[in-house]
Design a protein around this ligand. Structure first.
Ligand code: TYM
Length: 334
């Protein structure tokens, strides 16, 4: 508990262009939950270098992502929005937790297997221990809840296992976090291949809607979305393309998939796709406008970055010192 509220932690990588999947699967829920919890939203730049990055591009993207957090509706005076690399406790706790995580557990991580296959020339140790750094992110703030998309569930389970293992040895040190996965939009699929998730790293730009896409591009991508020849707008496994569009429409308009199916009963795919495009635009347009405003205010963003890093560091250090003491590191001499 901080300030009488339960704690929420989540983060996003500043690699590639953010997609509608990132927004509907995570960021939208962040905003909804932000009043109820004491929130820490990190730009996880340390995670990004598990894949080779161009330094100046990474720096730019990290700043852009922090501004997108604000543009999406997270008030930086109330929510702690900060860069992971500005709080050294993440790396320090990750090292300790590495010593409480088994190779076998990390070997089972599907994201590691996927990324290793994709970057066969750079299967580094950081890529392998990535989930431990993620556990450190969460446990450092004693988070009660972690809002994520479905693809992060396996990492969340591992985080809980590590926390419970550590607590089993040293007493109640860590809060064991719960994942929060939204009812709609937790797994947005590619518009070109609805069997795969919509991903920042997809090479086909038509497969993803990017948060900064202009309205015409969004309409075009929706119109071109791969569907089927069934001709009926039904929410079922046999129609993965249509089901994905129903998810997108529902998440953007705040309706349930059932309500969406009812609304478009008897309508054609063309009309439905237009409505999906419009619903997406109605969500992204205000975000893009706020973002354009923020870009002009460098001093304000700089202040947010500095103050929030200090706030995060304060909370993180408290947990870190406790953990260091528990594992037997000598006390600091003051
Ligand atoms: P990342 O940067 O890949 O994704 C950020 C968030 O977006 C969600 N997401 C999706 N949701 C629905 N449909 C999709 N197609 C889709 N694609 C992405 C992800 O589930 C995630 O919630 N390892 C994490 C970042 C991280 C983190 C953490 C998250 C580092 N430390 C601690 C939570 C807590 C990642 O790479 O997310």
């Amino acid at each position: 508990m901080i300030n009488g509220k339960k704690v929420l932690f989540s983060g996003m990588q500043a690699t590639g262009n953010l997609t509608l999947g990132n927004y509907l699967g995570a960021m939208k829920n962040w905003v909804t939950l932000s009043d109820e919890y004491e929130c820490f939203y990190s730009v996880v730049d340390m995670h990004s270098i598990t894949v080779r990055q161009d330094p100046s591009t990474l720096r730019q993207r990290a700043r852009k992502l922090l501004m997108i957090y604000i543009a999406a509706g997270l008030d930086p005076e109330k929510n702690c929005l900060y860069y992971q690399s500005h709080v050294s406790g993440h790396a320090e706790l990750a090292w300790i937790l590495n010593c409480f995580t088994y190779m076998g557990e990390l070997n089972r991580m599907t994201q590691f297997k996927d990324k290793a296959a994709k970057h066969a020339d750079n299967i580094n140790a950081g890529l392998f221990t990535y989930p431990v750094l993620m556990a450190a992110d969460i446990l450092l703030y004693q988070a009660d809840v972690v809002p994520v998309g479905v693809d992060q569930m396996q990492h969340l389970e591992l985080t809980r296992d590590i926390a419970q293992r550590f607590n089993g040895i040293y007493g109640d040190v860590f809060t064991v976090p719960e994942a929060y996965v939204g009812k709609v939009g937790a797994k947005i699929m590619s518009l070109q291949d609805p069997s795969r998730k919509m991903s920042k790293s997809d090479e086909n730009p038509n497969a993803s809607i990017y948060l900064m896409d202009d309205p015409d591009t969004i309409m075009r991508k929706c119109k071109r979305a791969v569907t089927d020849s069934e001709g009926q707008i039904l929410y079922r496994e046999e129609q993965p393309g249509i089901r994905n569009l129903i998810d997108i429409y529902s998440a953007c308009s705040g309706k349930t998939p059932e309500e969406t199916v009812k609304e478009f009963d008897g309508k054609g795919y063309g009309e439905f796709k237009m409505a999906v495009g419009e619903a997406v635009n109605s969500v992204l347009k205000p975000l893009q406008e706020r973002y354009a405003q923020l870009e002009k205010d460098k001093a304000y963003i700089d202040r947010i970055i500095k103050e929030n890093a200090e706030k995060a560091d304060y909370v993180a250090t408290k947990t870190l010192r406790k953990v260091q003491r528990k594992v037997g590191f000598p006390d600091r001499i003051r």
